[in-house]
Each structure stands twice: as C-alpha cells, then as structure tokens.
Design a protein around this ligand. Sequence first.
Ligand code: MF3
Ligand code: CO
Ligand code: CO
Length: 274
Amino acid sequence: MMNYVQAETVGTARDGSIKLHGPEAFAGMRKAGQVAAACLDMLVPMVQPGVTTEAIDDAAREFVLDNGAIPACLGYRGYQHTVCTSVNHVVCHGIPASKPLKNGDIVNIDVTVIVDGWHGDTSRMYPVGQINRKAERLINITYEALMLGIAQVKPGNTVGDIGAVIQKFAHGERCSVVDEFCGHGLGRLFHDEPNILHVGTHGQGEVLKEGMFFTIEPMINLGKANTKVLSDGWTAVTRDKKLTAQFEHSMGVTANGVEIFTKSPAGLDRPPYI
Ligand code: MF3
Ligand code: CO
Ligand code: CO
C-alpha cells in the first residue's frame, strides 16, 4: 500500500511515498508547466524538412534559459541535451543529432524545465511537411488517448482507471500501448511516485488524491507494443520498426478534478499547427 504525505513536511527525496501538495506548489508547477509548453509552442514553426534535431535542441535550450528556467534533462543521468527528439519508430528518449528531418517524418519533442525548483514536463507530436494518413491517424489517436486518461483524473479514481481507458481506446483503434515506459509523479523531483501506467484495470492501483502531481504520457504504436533500447543507452524503438507516437502533460489533482499545468498558451496542443 502506498503512503501519502504532505509534501511540505518531508524532504524532496524519492522515499517511496506519494507527495500531496498545497496552493503554493500548484502555483510553482503552473509557472514551470507554462515555460515548458511555451517552449514547445516556439518550436512549431521550426519543425520543417531539412532542420536537424540538434538545431531544435539548441533553440529549446536557449528558450528555456532565456525564460529563467533550467533544462532538467541536461545532465540528468548523463543525458547531454535539453529535449528528446523521437522520430518515426523511436518511442521515446531519442537523442538530438545532426541528421535532418525529412518530409513525412513525425517527431515527438519532449522538454522538461525547472522553475523555482518545480518541474514542468511535456511533449507533443510534430508533423514534418506533409505526412501520410496513417501517421496522422496515429497522432490523433495518441492525443485522444492522453486526453481520455486526463479525464479520469479526480480524487477517488485510481491510477488503474487512467490506464484502463487509454488501453481500451487504443486497442479499439487497433493500436498497441507501450507498457515498458510510463508516466510518473513529479514536483521538486523529475521522477517520483507513483508510476502512471498507460494500461490497467478500473479501480486498481493507487487512489488519486487532491494535491498529487504527475504526468500522463502514453506511447501508442501502429504495430506491436514491444520496444528495445539501442546501444546508446537511451533511444527506445519499436521492435517491429512501425510508427509510434506520444503526447505528455504534467498535471495536479484538484478538489474536483484536474489542473493541466502544460496546456499550450498559444492553443497549439495538437496538430495541425496552423
Ligand atoms: N521527459 C522524459 C519524461 O517524460 C524524460 C527524459 S529523461 C532524459 O519523463 F534524460 F532523457 F532527458
Ligand atoms: Co515525463
Ligand atoms: Co517528458
């Protein structure tokens, strides 16, 4: 059984308990989430055929620093970049590189920033030029899966309720759900309790309580769910090399439901970004 603690009364270490936060923490998370979301907004016009994911990473780093924030990924477990850029069959943790994006690619850009000690973690899919219909369909299904999961977030529901609706929806669309990576608690820590699985059973898992902060970040595949991590130690790919997509929001449980901290200030939460 998970133990819940008032976050102000404990240290910041990952001690196995679930932290419950008050109004000041919500304000901190709102600020961090909005810088992360504005960074993804800023990148929208830049994601075009010919641009390198390294150039995207450079622009993201400069934006984050210019906005008084710290790139959380830079130096995290040895990671050397501000964003993860996961192209086509890369599920997550793709490393920015000198290879240009090409027309028809789809890329997930995932950024995490720290503002006044609070983490804002969010990712979106970006179409590169003109993409085909199955890529567009996968992106739409993945965004809908995230939002269906978020709609389950309120006190008294469980982590299993989130996973169950995502799994049911994705399978109904003949897609699979990656179960080897998950969402996570966050706050003063980047990755904390609880794990937020994107598969599950209604009523199972930790009970959601007011003041919990976590991400939901489903990875949905056109083919099979299986993934592997490449020899660089980071890049996770689909084993069958079929397309995969992901969206991520950071949120807090409120008295009645949920507050999404990483909603796009420009209304660019999902493609098409016109
Ligand atoms: N932002 C990712 C997440 O959603 C984690 C990236 S870890 C890094 O949890 F080191 F690759 F940056
Ligand atoms: Co995350
Ligand atoms: Co992320």
